[in-house]
Design a protein around this ligand. Structure first.
Ligand SMILES: Cc1ncc(COP(=O)(O)O)c(C=O)c1O
Length: 408
């Protein structure tokens, strides 16, 4: 990948015709270091969030040596780029052929499941191996997540005890896992989920060697400002001490979003302006899936070679290049009021579920890639963010107190 000091330098040098995904590898190292220093256990990376080779290699170089994979393609990718890494096949539903290749070809010994029939598949496809780590996925509340993932995976409170017993009988090591939902806004959601797991472990009467808290750790999007990540680590550490698991049980987490969101952005060009609507060369079927389908606002800034634009800002809607009316990002995205055709917009925090979601719909979806080294957005990893968040929540509490006192 070519390297530029900033997207502005890239635009001045190349005036790109196609969207450009921008990598900031240094942000990847920063987020990995945060989890390695603050999470009270082992860090896995959920490859699905961004399977780009620079992400896998960058995390491996930063010392991440366990990867949560969802498919054979992800197993191949990680094996090629991080040959000695440990693979955890944590997609609860897999084909028999895929389980067999993971075990026999890629050396994967860790498999998640949430149903008794999947257990039978794993046993058969691994020739009844005696060195399996089986991780039972349990259904937990997703109410605190901006993007709930409940309803598809996870054994219910009715099925979980029998499944835990059956898996215990066949596993060299038994684990439990859950997903509180992506972009989880409440650290206490992890504590609730861990308490629910503990109840089911007690009901099953099994010993558990691993508790995998899954993903869900948030990034910092406009309008979605979560508590500082230290609160999440603290909530998990406190809850883990109360769990009914082996004293030496391992605690894992497998973030996707929080590890990679800040490490990627996209540079898109405005092809037409109609009032407050900007038509871009990237959109819902490219890097901007979440901006369209979830109406999330992402930080955006104008990039114009002359660096001269109106000081006044206006709220814009964005549209992508395809003919589908779902290719619309309502925002609003505040940008200089004179934004127009030929300008570029950098949309940030797209390292997670950005390029990973892109399709070739309507013949679009091809993008170039480059490395940039500036950092224009607020980061959830800045200590200043924690200070500001605490001050804002104190202001909110004082405001609520005053309103209640006034009402009495
Ligand atoms: C099994 C599993 N682990 C981890 C993740 C990563 O979640 P997030 O990106 O919210 O951290 C996902 C996301 O879908 C997942 O399915």
């Amino acid at each position: 990948m070519d390297e530029f000091a900033s997207p502005l330098e890239l635009v001045r040098a190349t005036s790109p015709e196609r969207p450009v995904t921008l990598a900031r590898p240094e942000r990847l190292v920063r987020s990995a270091r945060w989890f390695q220093s603050n999470f009270p256990g082992t860090l896995l990376y959920a490859v699905k969030a961004n399977p780009s080779p620079w992400v896998i290699s960058g995390l491996a170089a930063a010392g991440v040596d366990m990867f949560d994979i969802a498919s054979t393609a992800e197993a191949e990718l990680v094996r090629a780029l991080a040959p000695h890494a440990t693979l955890a096949y944590n997609n609860p539903v897999k084909s028999r052929a895929s389980i067999a290749r993971a075990y026999h070809e890629f050396g994967c010994r860790i498999f998640a499941l949430d149903h008794i029939d999947e257990l039978a598949k794993i046993e058969a496809a691994t020739n009844y191996a005696d060195d399996l780590t089986l991780i039972v996925r349990l259904a937990v509340d997703n109410a605190a997540a901006a993007l709930p993932l409940a309803g598809k995976f996870g054994a219910s409170i009715f099925d979980a005890p029998a499944l835990l017993q059956a898996a215990r009988a066949r596993a060299a090591r038994l684990g439990v896992t859950f997903h509180v939902g992506s972009q989880c806004m409440e650290p206490s959601a992890y504590a609730h989920a861990m308490r629910a797991c503990s109840t089911l472990i007690a009901r099953a009467g099994v010993t558990v060697d691993i508790v995998n808290c899954g993903g869900g750790f948030p990034s910092l999007y406009p309008g979605l400002t979560p508590p500082p990540l230290t609160r999440y680590a603290q909530a998990i550490e406190a809850a883990s001490e109360e769990m009914l698991v082996m004293e030496n049980a391992e605690l894992w987490c497998e973030p996707g979003r929080a590890l990679v969101a800040e490490a990627g952005s996209v540079l898109a060009r405005i092809e037409l302006r109609k009032g407050d609507a900007l038509y871009l060369n990237d959109g819902a079927f490219g890097n901007l899936f979440d901006a369209a389908h979830l109406s999330w606002r992402f930080p955006a800034r104008l990039i114009r070679a002359s660096e001269e634009w109106q000081a006044e800002e206006a709220p814009f809607r964005l549209f992508g290049p395809t003919c589908d009316s779902m290719d619309a990002m309502p925002g609003p995205f505040p940008l200089p009021a004179d934004a127009d055709e030929g300008d570029y917009i950098e949309i940030g925090l797209l390292g997670a579920y950005g390029a990973a979601m892109a399709s070739k719909f309507n013949g679009f979806g091809d993008a170039d890639a480059a490395i940039v080294s500036d950092w224009p957005w607020q980061s959830i990893y800045d200590e200043q963010y924690a200070v500001e968040w605490v001050a804002a929540s104190q202001r909110k509490r004082r405001g609520r107190g005053a309103a209640e006192a006034g009402g009495r």
